[in-house]
Design a protein. Structure first.
Length: 209
Protein backbone atom coordinates (compact mmCIF):
# COMPACT_ATOMS: atom_id res chain seq x y z
CA UNK A 1 0.00 0.00 0.00
CA UNK A 2 1.24 3.54 -0.74
CA UNK A 3 2.12 5.66 2.31
CA UNK A 4 -0.57 7.91 3.69
CA UNK A 5 -0.10 11.55 2.67
CA UNK A 6 0.52 14.11 5.39
CA UNK A 7 -1.31 17.37 4.72
CA UNK A 8 -0.99 20.64 6.65
CA UNK A 9 -3.81 23.13 6.07
CA UNK A 10 -4.46 26.59 7.46
CA UNK A 11 -6.93 29.47 7.32
CA UNK A 12 -6.71 33.14 8.31
CA UNK A 13 -9.62 34.39 6.19
CA UNK A 14 -11.60 35.66 9.21
CA UNK A 15 -10.94 36.77 12.79
CA UNK A 16 -8.99 33.64 13.63
CA UNK A 17 -5.87 31.61 12.95
CA UNK A 18 -6.66 27.95 12.23
CA UNK A 19 -4.62 24.88 11.29
CA UNK A 20 -5.24 21.19 10.73
CA UNK A 21 -2.96 18.20 10.20
CA UNK A 22 -4.33 15.31 8.13
CA UNK A 23 -2.68 11.89 7.78
CA UNK A 24 -4.45 9.82 5.17
CA UNK A 25 -8.11 9.94 6.18
CA UNK A 26 -7.40 10.82 9.81
CA UNK A 27 -7.46 14.35 11.15
CA UNK A 28 -4.59 14.28 13.63
CA UNK A 29 -5.09 17.82 14.85
CA UNK A 30 -7.40 20.79 14.36
CA UNK A 31 -6.73 24.06 16.12
CA UNK A 32 -8.60 27.36 16.02
CA UNK A 33 -7.52 30.56 17.80
CA UNK A 34 -9.85 33.56 17.70
CA UNK A 35 -8.10 36.87 17.09
CA UNK A 36 -8.99 40.20 15.51
CA UNK A 37 -5.40 40.88 14.44
CA UNK A 38 -1.96 39.33 14.66
CA UNK A 39 -2.56 36.38 12.32
CA UNK A 40 0.65 37.06 10.41
CA UNK A 41 2.73 36.80 13.60
CA UNK A 42 0.85 33.80 15.00
CA UNK A 43 0.48 31.59 11.90
CA UNK A 44 3.93 29.99 11.68
CA UNK A 45 4.34 29.37 15.43
CA UNK A 46 0.90 27.69 15.35
CA UNK A 47 1.88 25.50 12.39
CA UNK A 48 5.12 24.49 14.10
CA UNK A 49 3.21 23.66 17.29
CA UNK A 50 0.78 21.45 15.36
CA UNK A 51 3.63 19.56 13.68
CA UNK A 52 5.63 19.19 16.90
CA UNK A 53 2.61 17.88 18.79
CA UNK A 54 2.59 14.84 16.49
CA UNK A 55 6.38 14.58 16.18
CA UNK A 56 6.31 15.67 12.55
CA UNK A 57 8.53 18.12 10.69
CA UNK A 58 8.18 20.30 7.64
CA UNK A 59 10.09 17.67 5.64
CA UNK A 60 7.39 15.07 6.39
CA UNK A 61 4.67 17.01 4.57
CA UNK A 62 3.30 15.92 1.20
CA UNK A 63 1.23 19.05 0.51
CA UNK A 64 -0.03 22.34 1.88
CA UNK A 65 -3.72 23.27 1.87
CA UNK A 66 -4.88 26.85 2.23
CA UNK A 67 -8.21 28.66 2.38
CA UNK A 68 -8.21 31.27 -0.41
CA UNK A 69 -11.35 33.14 0.69
CA UNK A 70 -13.61 34.90 0.26
CA UNK A 71 -13.05 36.67 3.53
CA UNK A 72 -10.93 39.31 5.18
CA UNK A 73 -8.77 40.94 2.50
CA UNK A 74 -5.56 41.01 4.54
CA UNK A 75 -6.15 37.63 6.17
CA UNK A 76 -6.56 35.89 2.82
CA UNK A 77 -3.33 37.44 1.53
CA UNK A 78 -1.47 36.24 4.63
CA UNK A 79 -2.54 32.63 4.10
CA UNK A 80 -2.04 32.53 0.35
CA UNK A 81 1.42 34.10 0.43
CA UNK A 82 2.45 31.77 3.27
CA UNK A 83 1.24 28.71 1.37
CA UNK A 84 3.11 29.74 -1.76
CA UNK A 85 6.29 30.34 0.20
CA UNK A 86 6.08 27.01 1.99
CA UNK A 87 5.39 25.12 -1.23
CA UNK A 88 8.39 26.72 -2.91
CA UNK A 89 10.79 26.17 -0.01
CA UNK A 90 9.67 22.58 0.69
CA UNK A 91 9.26 21.52 -2.94
CA UNK A 92 5.71 20.27 -2.42
CA UNK A 93 2.32 21.28 -3.88
CA UNK A 94 0.08 23.94 -2.38
CA UNK A 95 -3.65 23.61 -3.03
CA UNK A 96 -6.05 26.52 -2.71
CA UNK A 97 -9.57 25.73 -1.51
CA UNK A 98 -12.38 28.26 -1.34
CA UNK A 99 -14.16 28.75 1.95
CA UNK A 100 -17.53 28.25 0.26
CA UNK A 101 -16.48 24.84 -1.08
CA UNK A 102 -14.96 23.76 2.22
CA UNK A 103 -18.23 24.60 3.99
CA UNK A 104 -20.10 22.23 1.66
CA UNK A 105 -17.61 19.36 1.95
CA UNK A 106 -19.37 16.09 2.80
CA UNK A 107 -22.87 17.55 2.39
CA UNK A 108 -25.74 15.70 0.72
CA UNK A 109 -28.42 17.04 -1.57
CA UNK A 110 -28.78 20.67 -2.64
CA UNK A 111 -26.85 23.07 -0.41
CA UNK A 112 -26.14 26.79 -0.53
CA UNK A 113 -23.15 28.13 1.38
CA UNK A 114 -23.24 31.75 2.54
CA UNK A 115 -20.64 34.09 3.97
CA UNK A 116 -21.49 37.51 5.38
CA UNK A 117 -20.50 40.26 2.91
CA UNK A 118 -22.21 43.02 4.95
CA UNK A 119 -24.96 45.43 3.89
CA UNK A 120 -27.50 42.57 3.61
CA UNK A 121 -25.38 40.79 1.04
CA UNK A 122 -23.55 37.48 1.09
CA UNK A 123 -20.94 35.51 -0.79
CA UNK A 124 -22.78 32.48 -2.11
CA UNK A 125 -22.32 29.24 -4.01
CA UNK A 126 -24.64 26.30 -4.71
CA UNK A 127 -23.66 22.63 -4.40
CA UNK A 128 -25.21 19.22 -5.03
CA UNK A 129 -23.73 16.45 -2.87
CA UNK A 130 -20.70 18.65 -2.26
CA UNK A 131 -20.08 19.32 -5.98
CA UNK A 132 -20.26 22.94 -7.13
CA UNK A 133 -23.22 23.77 -9.35
CA UNK A 134 -22.55 27.51 -9.66
CA UNK A 135 -19.59 29.87 -9.51
CA UNK A 136 -19.06 31.81 -6.28
CA UNK A 137 -20.81 35.18 -6.37
CA UNK A 138 -22.12 38.01 -4.24
CA UNK A 139 -25.91 38.02 -3.80
CA UNK A 140 -28.66 39.69 -1.84
CA UNK A 141 -29.59 37.59 1.17
CA UNK A 142 -33.18 37.36 -0.06
CA UNK A 143 -31.97 35.40 -3.12
CA UNK A 144 -30.26 32.59 -1.18
CA UNK A 145 -32.87 29.83 -1.35
CA UNK A 146 -31.25 26.75 -2.90
CA UNK A 147 -31.76 23.79 -0.53
CA UNK A 148 -30.20 23.72 2.92
CA UNK A 149 -28.24 26.84 3.82
CA UNK A 150 -24.82 26.51 5.47
CA UNK A 151 -23.33 29.47 7.36
CA UNK A 152 -20.30 30.01 9.57
CA UNK A 153 -20.99 29.88 13.30
CA UNK A 154 -19.03 33.07 14.02
CA UNK A 155 -21.03 35.19 11.57
CA UNK A 156 -24.29 36.98 12.30
CA UNK A 157 -26.32 36.19 9.19
CA UNK A 158 -30.00 36.53 10.11
CA UNK A 159 -31.38 33.54 8.23
CA UNK A 160 -33.64 30.88 9.71
CA UNK A 161 -33.13 27.12 9.49
CA UNK A 162 -29.44 27.19 8.73
CA UNK A 163 -26.65 24.68 9.42
CA UNK A 164 -23.77 26.30 11.33
CA UNK A 165 -20.16 25.40 10.54
CA UNK A 166 -17.57 26.08 13.25
CA UNK A 167 -14.36 25.62 11.25
CA UNK A 168 -13.45 24.76 7.66
CA UNK A 169 -9.74 24.04 8.10
CA UNK A 170 -10.13 20.23 8.28
CA UNK A 171 -12.24 20.14 5.08
CA UNK A 172 -9.54 22.27 3.41
CA UNK A 173 -7.01 19.57 4.35
CA UNK A 174 -9.31 16.77 3.12
CA UNK A 175 -9.98 18.47 -0.21
CA UNK A 176 -6.24 19.07 -0.58
CA UNK A 177 -5.59 15.36 -0.06
CA UNK A 178 -7.92 14.61 -2.97
CA UNK A 179 -6.27 17.11 -5.33
CA UNK A 180 -2.61 17.59 -4.50
CA UNK A 181 -1.39 15.16 -7.19
CA UNK A 182 -3.26 17.04 -9.92
CA UNK A 183 -1.73 19.76 -12.06
CA UNK A 184 -3.20 22.86 -10.43
CA UNK A 185 -2.40 26.58 -10.56
CA UNK A 186 -0.77 28.13 -7.54
CA UNK A 187 -3.21 29.28 -4.84
CA UNK A 188 -4.59 32.75 -5.49
CA UNK A 189 -6.93 34.88 -3.37
CA UNK A 190 -10.63 34.59 -4.16
CA UNK A 191 -11.86 38.16 -3.99
CA UNK A 192 -15.46 38.81 -4.99
CA UNK A 193 -15.22 42.53 -4.32
CA UNK A 194 -12.51 45.12 -3.75
CA UNK A 195 -10.91 45.69 -0.38
CA UNK A 196 -12.94 47.70 2.15
CA UNK A 197 -10.12 50.20 2.62
CA UNK A 198 -10.60 53.30 0.51
CA UNK A 199 -7.79 55.10 -1.25
CA UNK A 200 -6.89 58.48 0.26
CA UNK A 201 -8.44 61.50 -1.45
CA UNK A 202 -5.41 63.74 -0.81
CA UNK A 203 -2.48 63.59 -3.26
CA UNK A 204 0.48 61.45 -2.16
CA UNK A 205 3.36 63.04 -0.28
CA UNK A 206 6.29 63.92 -2.54
CA UNK A 207 9.52 62.30 -1.36
CA UNK A 208 12.44 64.63 -2.03
CA UNK A 209 15.69 63.17 -3.41
Amino acid sequence: MPPKPLILAFDTSAAHCAAALLWGDEVLSEHLELMQKGQAERLFPLLEDVLAKHEKSWADLDAIGVCIGPGNFTGVRISVSSARGLALSLGIPAVGVSKLEAMAFGSHGPVTTLLDARRDRAYSQSFQDGIAQTEPEMVDLSHATNGVIYVMEDEALKIENTVSIKSIVSPVAQITAQRYKQELPRPAPLYLRSADAALPSDPPVVILP
